[in-house]
Design a protein around this ligand. Structure first.
Ligand SMILES: Nc1ncnc2c1ncn2[C@@H]1O[C@H](COP(=O)(O)OP(=O)(O)OP(=O)(O)O)[C@@H](O)[C@H]1O
Length: 763
């Protein structure tokens, strides 16, 4: 079955030659020129023609014409191969053109054509060459299973300068030639058939031969009257299991030229003569092209377009193809001149250089298939990472780990240094806690030890022992490893934080206690201030009755005046009571001042170490009345109502003794002191200052009193002070209220008496 596809540009995409810079480089190569000298034909033998040529070796042919020796023309010609009359076509193929023909299997265009005079054996040779090439082509296909080959065939003839399709007898008699930028000259509508196998190909080739114009001439019964070109297009692709998408594609041209002829010899006339003219004309163009090409491509214009033959064979003549020319000769002396011209042509042809290159195509189907495969491969690669990429990632990870380890090493080193520094500090603190290098913490601990109920001396000692133990453990463990040191540092820091928190809690407790005391003191101070204000008010109120009393003395009415005098006397007796009361209040004032003066300031040490000047000032202040009690003393009273050197009994003594002015020595009560201290003579105010008391055993014992007890004492004393003062103030208020009531009553009575006196005067 014959499959026909048009060899038109429609199939161009499947056969786009790759000639880009990335493609295979072209290879310059001279045209392979061989000469085949056939034996004398029967006709020549019958004519008793002589052999004029002799193949002296496989490369040289020499003229045996006796007259030739006398001319200046060369008698010896050398070619790539010279095949004598006994040479088989197989030998010509094998030794002369096989390499060129089979180049087409590797993507290189190849052209094999026979050139020679009529009846020299061109058709005879080319049929044998084509047959051998087809055999070798299919043998190569069998030997190359990894590639998928496609062989297409087209056949044309140039008859009288008309192009005819040899595979399509119904086609136009003159096919057009088209110029394709990639493929060169193509024949329009030329049928190209795909050969399914070698037999099919042979069959198609036979069709072409059968379609060729053949005519009988005087020299050849079956003279070819046209130039025949059988073109095999061979495309090969690696099979689907390969990722290769490119295909080799090349054309192999078998060209059987019509033979040059002389009309005098062929006796042609009419059609044959016309055919001979066209044949000779096209062959002349071919000779010109070869001659020009033989002297170099830069020799100027190459007249390819002067004939359809040279136009179609343009790539094969100095272009992208390997070309082999078999010049056939008749050995007959009668054809000596034609044979010599053939040898001249062959001589020029062997100087022509071609630039053959491998032609590859990328078909759209293959490209799509390849892209699909590539996408699938990339997707698979994404799912399963490439081992080399995994290795790179691993290296990156390891480098990062190294950097991290270096960082940790540096950090551990700095922590070790810090731990050593802390250990040295802790050791110093343990050996000499009073000279600790951390005063803030020590301060907190000392406060906690005194004031915090959680951190009494026992608790502190236990914590200290625990801390020492932890430090020892830390020191032992610090020599093990950096991370252990880090752990110990954290433990120490945690311990330090705990201690700091405890110290802060103790400080808060202390501050709260101080605030409570201040509140209590403030209450007392406010009470005292109220008391003072009331006393001042009382004094001012007391002055009014005196003025009224003066008024009553000058009353004119004697009887009334007598009554009034009695009343005044009574009031005076009441006034004496008020005076007594005021005196009592002054005594209380003095007592409070005494109490204020007796209280220590914020700094007990400074009170104890008060200078004589300070003491004399204190004494002076103590003698002042309560109303003039200065703010400084009040401040002292507010700040430190709980002086350990004063007791509630001392403060209450003036009240118990009916506001007896307190003695200076009463600041420290003998009753509050221990027995041993009571027996110790206390110096009088004039005999010694308060600071001298520090030297006494009692005072030393007092200074060594536990702060907690002293605090308690302060608290109790302050509370008693406040209670007693409030009670006394309440009593005073009651008395003042009574006095005010009496004063009001007296004023009313005096006013009434005054009015009565005026009325009497008026009367
Ligand atoms: N090498 C050869 N050995 C034996 N016979 C040959 C040889 N070459 C050619 N012949 C015979 O010579 C005759 C002419 O050959 P052929 O037809 O091939 O010549 P041609 O060059 O093709 O002529 P034309 O140009 O007219 O077509 C044929 O009968 C052929 O069998």
């Amino acid at each position: 079955m014959t499959v026909r596809t048009p060899g038109t540009p429609a199939s161009k995409t499947d056969r786009t030659p790759v000639t880009t810079p990335g493609g295979p480089k072209s290879k310059e190569e001279k045209i392979v020129v061989t000469v085949r000298l056939r034996p004398l034909s029967k006709r020549e033998q019958l004519a008793k023609d002589q052999v004029a040529w002799d193949c002296v070796d496989e490369h040289t042919i020499v003229s045996k014409h006796p007259a030739q020796e006398r001319t200046a023309q060369p008698t010896s010609f050398t070619f790539d191969k010279v095949f004598g009359p006994s040479s088989l076509t197989e030998t010509v193929y094998e030794d002369g053109v096989k390499n060129v023909a089979l180049s087409s299997l590797m993507g290189i265009n190849a052209t094999i054509f026979a050139y020679g005079q009529t009846s020299s054996g061109k058709t005879y040779t080319m049929r044998g060459i084509t047959e051998k090439a087809v055999n070798d082509i299919y043998q190569h296909i069998l030997n190359t299973p990894e590639r998928d080959f496609t062989i297409k065939i087209s056949g044309l003839e140039i008859y009288n300068e008309n192009v005819r399709d040899l595979l399509n007898s119904e086609s136009d008699r003159n096919l057009k030639l088209l110029d394709d930028p990639e493929k060169g000259t193509v024949v329009e509508k030329l049928v190209e058939e795909t050969a399914s196998n070698d037999q099919h190909l042979r069959h198609l080739i036979s069709i072409c031969e059968a379609q060729r114009q053949v005519g009988e001439t005087a020299l050849n019964d079956t003279s070819s009257r046209s130039h025949q070109i059988i073109r095999l297009t061979i495309q090969s692709t690696l099979r689907e299991n390969s990722d290769c998408v490119r295909s080799f594609v090349a054309s192999l041209n078998f060209v059987d030229l019509a033979g040059s002829e002389r009309a005098s010899q062929t006796h042609a006339d009419g059609a044959r003569l016309r055919e001979g003219c066209h044949i000779n004309l096209s062959l002349m163009t071919l000779t010109t092209v070869i001659r020009k090409l033989s002297v170099g491509k830069r020799s100027g214009h190459i007249p390819y377009r002067d004939s359809k033959l040279t136009r179609i064979l343009q790539h094969s003549l100095g272009g992208n193809a390997r070309t082999a020319i078999i010049c056939t000769l008749s050995p007959a002396l009668s054809h000596f001149e034609q044979s010599r011209n053939t040898l001249f042509f062959a001589t020029r042809a062997k100087e022509v250089t071609n630039n053959a290159q491998v032609n590859m195509v990328v078909s759209d189907k293959q490209l799509v298939k390849h892209l699909q495969k590539e996408v699938a491969r990339l997707e698979a690669e994404l799912r399963t990472p490439d081992p080399s990429r995994e290795k790179d990632l691993k290296i990156q990870q390891m480098e990062m780990e190294i950097e991290e380890l270096k960082r940790q090493r540096d950090l551990a080193q700095s922590q070790v240094d810090e731990l050593r520094r802390k250990l040295q500090e802790d050791q110093q603190q343990i050996s000499n806690p009073l000279e600790s290098s951390r005063p803030s913490v020590k301060k907190c601990l000392s406060y906690s030890g005194v004031l915090s109920p959680k951190l009494d001396g026992k608790e502190l000692g236990r914590n200290d022992r625990t801390r020492k133990t932890m430090l020892r453990q830390s020191m032992r463990q610090s020599s093990t490893a950096p991370f252990t040191l880090m752990h110990e540092i954290r433990k120490l820091e945690h311990l330090q934080e705990q201690l700091g928190e405890e110290a802060n809690r103790a400080l808060e407790v202390l501050q709260k206690e101080v605030a409570c005391h201040r509140l209590g003191n403030q209450d007392a101070a406010e009470t005292i201030a109220k008391l003072q204000a009331e006393i001042r008010e009382m004094r001012s109120v007391r002055s009014i009755p005196k003025e009224v009393e003066v008024g009553t003395v000058i009353a004119p009415n004697k009887s009334v005046s007598a009554n009034l005098k009695e009343e005044i006397t009574r009031l005076h007796s009441q006034g004496s009571t008020i005076a007594d009361l005021e005196e009592q209040l002054e005594n209380v004032q003095k007592s409070i001042d005494k109490l204020v003066m007796s209280l220590p300031s914020n700094n007990q040490e400074s009170n104890r170490e008060a200078t004589p000047k300070t003491k004399s000032q204190s004494k002076k202040k103590k003698l002042l009345p309560l109303a003039s009690s200065n703010a400084a003393n009040r401040q002292n009273f507010i700040r430190s109502p709980c002086s350990p050197l004063s007791t509630s009994r001392q403060i209450l003594e003036p009240e118990n003794e009916e506001n007896r002015p307190p003695e200076d020595d009463d600041i420290v009560s003998k009753e509050t002191l221990p027995e041993s201290e009571k027996e110790t003579p206390v110096k009088s105010e004039e005999g010694g200052d308060v600071s001298s008391k520090e030297g006494t055993p009692g005072y030393r014992r007092s200074s060594s009193v536990n702060m907690r007890k002293m605090q308690k004492m302060f608290q109790n004393a302050a509370e008693e002070n406040v209670r007693s003062i409030r009670a006394y103030v309440t009593e005073l208020k009651e008395r003042v209220a009574k006095l005010q009531y009496q004063k009001q009553l007296l004023v009313c009575q005096r006013c009434l008496s005054w009015k009565q006196m005026k009325q009497l005067d008026t009367i």
